[in-house]
Design a protein around this ligand. Sequence first.
Ligand code: PLP
Length: 350
Amino acid sequence: MSRFFCLPDLEAYTPGEQPKEGQYIKLNTNENPFPPSPVMESLLLEKSRHLQRYNDNTCKELTEVFAQYRGVGKENVIFSNGSDEILAFCFLAFCDRSRGICFPEISYGFYQVFAQLFSVEGEKIPLAEDLSVNPRDYYHKDKCILIANPNAPTGICLSLEEVRGIVEHNPSQVVIMDEAYIDFGGESASQLCKEYDNLLVVGTFSKSRNLAGARLGYAIGCESLISDLNTIKYSFNPYNVNSLTQLLGTVSIQEEAYFQECRQKIMETRETFVAGLEDLGFHTLPSSANFVFTEHPKHQGEALFAQLKERGILVRHFPKDKISSYLRITIGTGEEMRIVLKNLKEMVDS
Ligand SMILES: *Cc1c(COP(=O)(O)O)cnc(C)c1O
């Protein structure tokens, strides 16, 4: 740290390890194991011939295609450089410093980092005994509400009606649902945005749309919420979504069959993998995401993590209260998950 740094206490987010390509079976950051649709390649090349010009700061074409796909108006959508950026915009736009924000005690680690960065008090609401989010714990709050749904790293999902309950019982608060993993088995709350002016749904192309490296996130909400987020965007970085990424996002929406195929494969692989884990004595939380959160009664999470790493398999372990016995394992290809099961079998048998 330099002697000039003004935020000496800031604890930055620690991203999962990004090792050299091919060094590990990489199941630690919930990426999609499949590459984006091959259709994108030639289009990207053509687009790259115009990179001397600024990109379209309104993301016009992407917005039109996406809004129609989601059945909302163009004025109900905003894009960002990954959904982390839109979450940062939300903190700036909707979190009053005197009241703060609340989110689940165990959830996406970035929420706490943003709370600290933007000097808003983060109230951490404990999970239920079974590590689920209890919707009633979020009724009648006096501050902004932020929930990952499905939650991370548990994978447990709230139903649409449970989300509606939270939104209805907080008419004076903005309720932000972070739906990074919604396409792997949950039901998006974006359809409720027409009914409630206090609901904002945040999503990303990083997980279900195979585009983690392209950095594309979005928010869906009523026109005035989106307008506020645009005010923040145009006060911070108007050209936040580069032209290649806008193109990739548009093509991803148009390649619906490919999207469905990838997500179906991942969900099927998840079910097979969970059954395999159960045969080995693991207890796995019910996952609606592209990862599972699992523990073994006889083996510690940290030891399993280290042994898997030695065997060339990278997963995620959180040395935190209540979840330190668990591993978070991203669902890769069927072949990758067979290799993981084979290794886990050797480890728990020995
Ligand atoms: C991965 C993830 C994000 C961030 O996604 P990006 O669009 O890649 O920034 C946001 N929220 C949750 C819960 C995530 O797991």
